[in-house]
Design a protein around this ligand. Structure first.
Ligand SMILES: *[C@@H]1O[C@H](CO)[C@@H](O)[C@H](O)[C@H]1NC(C)=O
Ligand SMILES: *[C@@H]1O[C@H](CO)[C@@H](O)[C@H](O)[C@H]1NC(C)=O
Ligand SMILES: *[C@@H]1O[C@H](CO)[C@@H](O)[C@H](O)[C@H]1NC(C)=O
Ligand SMILES: [Zn+2]
Length: 531
């Protein structure tokens, strides 16, 4: 039984007469029982007709041949309803009730022809043909703009009926989209064997277009509903007025409703980890000048190629916590990075499979290594960028001095603590950064003598310190510089990032041993090098 009340009867009569489909009538009667919509279209129609005729039969004291309310369903009426034919029984009022157009004048068939198992099957096929792997999906629906115009017109019909004092309860008309989802979600879930939920990385969109009624005809529908005004209220219930109102739209045009099976909306999977770079001739990202490639490969390509292949992704976005120059190595625990994989066909990997991908990256080149590779949620990438400025970073550099040095010339450097320096934007980055002065702190330094013109320097600095400029002074733009301190010209020959201390991503435990061989003995500190 449909959860309809007496107050709904005039609305149902008016709307059925105007050519609304049974499900639209339920919507305008504010039926929020989802299972009512999921019944076969013909069953709803049959029940609606019975509901309407019940009253008619009551009023005429059984004078017509209509079935009384409590008698079993009449086979004959049902059969005719199924064939979509008109039922020529009863008087004028009843023939209005049978409806004229077979295609709903409000939803244009969305809640008729596109709400069955066959349609769900087509959508399911469109999804599976893309070969996605997923364990849930979210359904989104787009309808022609035209539908909202129709909706508005008919909303008025039902509200006019209510204004007549026939309605006291809540006035929540169910949206076409909502009713459609109630029906299709459960059918689709059956077809695909996964739940259809409100939040899932895989979004399946079903779009409807109806070119025939787009554009001008949209407003003409609005104009040619003469019964929208209160004064015309009475004519709402006559068949002629309704027929006239709908004259402008032909049966064929209703048939032109088209469905687009939109492929699932591209979605992203985020993979993250830390990388080491052991080469001084490898840029972080592809190095292209005037359309010409300068370096054979890049950190980005070495990491993303195996990822793209495994995830069967359409594209990617690579980001990292800071970056190093082409001639700078990144050692220690590595630099955190994240790769957004666009529209992956495969996104579910066991920890062992993720480790296999990591191994493939490790084996593809001896220039880089990756650890702690893992799949995380998209918002997690924020952690990587969080508090970058406050972090400290550790470096080691090979220094050249103009003046010959001895081991004891270096001792004073080891005693310097928390040295404040001022760095004007380096000349080499001026083309992409505004001119400014950065105040930075060199927390500690440690030296190791090599020969009379070379020594190694370990530095622990505030993130964002320009290390190369601190060493050579950048034509006096960094003050004080190492050269100033040593009172001789100094230059930097090699630079390594020893640690980038961002506590993200978390360490990954080896799926086999249950231990993490990569975990450092003690936490280290670092930050964003821009050295
Ligand atoms: C709905 O009907 C009222 C009269 O009851 C009318 O003033 C209003 O313009 C109508 N709204 C639409 C969208 O047709
Ligand atoms: C990559 O990230 C940038 C910035 O966050 C964004 O504008 C762009 O659309 C992303 N590209 C892809 C393919 O996701
Ligand atoms: C990849 O290399 C890193 C760094 O040497 C190492 O920690 C990690 O265990 C390697 N992973 C695999 C799966 O080979
Ligand atoms: Zn409808």
């Amino acid at each position: 039984m449909l959860p309809l009340k007496d107050k709904d009867r005039p609305i149902a009569v008016a709307l059925l007469g105007a050519g609304c489909c049974p499900r639209c009538i339920l919507r305008f009667c504010c039926v929020s029982l989802q299972s009512a919509y999921r019944q076969p279209h013909e069953d709803i129609l049959f029940e609606l007709q019975r509901f309407i005729h019940e009253k008619v039969a009551d009023e005429s004291h059984g004078a017509t041949e209509e079935v009384p309310a409590d008698s079993p369903p009449c086979k004959k009426v049902r059969l005719e309803a199924e064939q979509g034919g008109e039922v020529h029984e009863g008087g004028e009022d009843i023939s209005v009730v049978e409806g004229k157009s077979k295609i709903c004048v409000v939803c244009l068939g969305v809640l008729q022809d596109f709400c069955d198992k066959d349609f769900a099957k087509k959508v399911a096929e469109a999804v599976t043909s893309e070969k996605y792997e997923f364990d849930s999906l979210v359904l989104s629906v787009s309808l022609p703009a035209q539908l909202s115009v129709r909706e508005l017109c008919f909303l008025n019909v039902s509200s006019i009926c209510r204004q007549k004092g026939l309605c006291l309860g809540k006035d929540d008309v169910i949206q076409v989209k909502e009713a459609f989802k109630w029906i299709l979600q459960s059918l689709l879930s059956q077809q695909l064997g996964v739940p259809v939920v409100s939040k899932s990385p895989l979004e399946v969109s079903v779009g409807f277009t109806h070119p025939e009624t787009d554009g001008d005809s949209a407003s003409s529908v609005l104009f040619h509903f003469p019964f929208l005004g209160v004064s015309a209220l009475k004519s709402v219930f006559t068949r002629m007025a309704v027929a006239k109102a709908l004259e402008r739209i032909s049966e064929e045009s209703f048939r032109s409703m088209k469905v687009i099976y939109l492929p699932p909306t591209p979605y992203l999977v985020l993979s993250t980890g830390r990388y080491n770079k052991f080469s001084r001739t490898l840029p972080q990202t592809p190095w292209v000048i005037d359309g010409e490639r300068r370096m054979e490969s890049s950190v980005e390509e070495l990491i993303t190629s195996p990822l793209i292949a495994s995830f069967q992704a359409e594209g990617f976005n690579f980001s990292s916590s800071g970056r190093e120059d082409v001639d700078v190595r990144t050692l220690g625990n590595g630099r955190p990075f994240a790769v957004e994989l666009l529209n992956p066909r495969r996104a579910r990997f066991s920890p062992a499979e993720v480790r296999k991908i990591q191994e493939a990256i490790n084996k593809s080149s001896d220039k880089i290594r990756v650890r702690d590779l893992q799949i995380v949620t998209r918002d997690a990438v924020g952690h990587m960028k969080e508090g970058e400025e406050e972090k400290t970073k550790s470096y080691s550099a090979l220094i050249w001095t103009h003046k010959a040095i001895e081991e004891q010339d270096l001792e004073f450097i080891n005693d310097i603590k928390d040295l404040g320096i001022a760095q004007k934007t380096p000349l080499r980055v001026l083309h992409r950064r505004p001119l400014a002065v950065r105040q930075r702190v060199i927390h500690t330094m440690a030296t190791r003598f090599r020969d009379d013109h070379h020594f190694y320097l370990q530095l622990r600095t505030q993130a964002g310190t320009y290390i190369k400029e601190f060493v050579h002074g950048d034509f006096g733009r960094t003050k004080p510089s190492l050269g100033d301190l040593m009172k001789t010209e100094t230059d930097i020959l090699e630079l390594d990032v020893e640690s980038v201390d961002v506590d993200w991503p978390p360490a990954v435990t080896d799926p086999e041993s249950g231990e993490n061989p990569d975990l450092p003995a003690s936490p280290q500190h670092g930050g964003t090098p821009d050295c």
